[in-house]
Design a protein around this ligand. Structure first.
Ligand SMILES: NC(=O)c1ccc[n+]([C@@H]2O[C@H](COP(=O)([O-])OP(=O)(O)OC[C@H]3O[C@@H](n4cnc5c(N)ncnc54)[C@H](O)[C@@H]3O)[C@@H](O)[C@H]2O)c1
Length: 253
């Protein structure tokens, strides 16, 4: 059995992944801004650095896997925070832990979104991928919230795909899941925001499988992708969305 670190493991999808991995007998360290083994604010460079140091210490440099799940939704008024947590809070943690991950041929899972392919501001995505946080945050401030959210997830997925070869060369498998609408505190906050509530209800009604996702749906996919059963799956983005992506983009894959 191994040791996993999960960011955002205090709530929603991350908490469900934690439960699933613990149920399989693994040790799980939660990194979160609240209710966590390692309390850290992943929106800041300092918080990311502290998290990396704390994970190294708590695991004694033995890490079997990493799940970067911490994220904030489009309802957050501070749009720079969406970029800071969703993209940099994930990518900088993975990069910082890369030597440990290589030591144990670890598996990394990023939590993206099925909104990642949606149209967004390409300059925002470019700034994220260029690791230019100041510029990305400045561009985010000029955009609507939804394309900031989807753009953060688009960049995250592109970063994962473009780095998966180099990571694989170090025996690290990286994959992502793209959850569709999933019942969590984050989605409840977006659903209750008057800007989005009507559109979200229509969106939920249009999910082909006929129900919204549950955090456990994401945990099942996460458990599989992290495990040896998925040892030949690398650089993949698995939509776990009740068929929504296939419905919306049938010819794009
Ligand atoms: N719920 C959905 O419908 C949905 C759909 C697609 C993708 N996602 C993604 O799934 C992930 C988990 O979302 P969720 O729905 O479970 O939300 P959630 O709000 O239940 O959980 C998010 C977790 O991230 C933590 N977090 C937020 N800001 C942080 C910070 N600055 N530093 C450290 N931790 C921080 C929160 O404390 C919380 O525990 C997010 O990345 C989200 O974008 C969710």
């Amino acid at each position: 059995m191994g040791t996993y670190a999960i960011t955002g493991g205090a709530s929603g999808i991350g908490a469900s992944i934690r439960e699933k991995l613990e149920g399989e007998g693994h040790r799980v360290l939660v990194v979160d801004i609240q209710n966590a083994d390692i309390i850290a604010d992943l929106s800041t460079v300092e918080g990311r650095g502290d998290s990396i140091a704390a994970i190294k210490e708590a695991t004694q440099y033995e890490l079997t896997g990493l799940v970067t799940c911490a994220g904030v939704g489009a309802h957050i008024p501070n749009k720079g925070l969406i970029a800071a947590v969703n993209y940099f809070g994930s990518v900088q943690l993975i990069e910082g832990l890369r030597p440990l991950l290589a030591d144990l041929s670890a598996s990394v899972l990023l939590i993206s979104s099925n909104s990642a392919p949606l149209p967004t501001n390409p300059k925002f995505v470019e700034a994220l991928l260029a690791n230019d946080e100041t510029r990305a945050v400045a561009i985010a401030a000029t955009m609507d919230s939804q394309p900031v959210y989807s753009g953060s997830k688009q960049a995250l997925t592109r970063w994962m795909r473009s780095h998966s070869q180099a990571y694989a060369a170090q025996s690290i498998r990286m994959n992502a899941i793209g959850p569709g609408y999933t019942k969590t505190p984050l989605s409840a906050a977006v659903e209750n925001d008057s800007t989005y509530s009507t559109a979200i209800k229509q969106y939920i009604d249009s999910i082909p499988i006929g129900r919204p996702g549950m955090p456990q749906d994401m945990a099942e996919a996460a458990s599989f992708l992290l495990s040896e059963k998925a040892s030949f799956i690398c650089g993949a983005m698995l939509f776990v969305d009740g068929g929504h992506d296939a419905m919306l983009r049938p010819d794009l894959f």
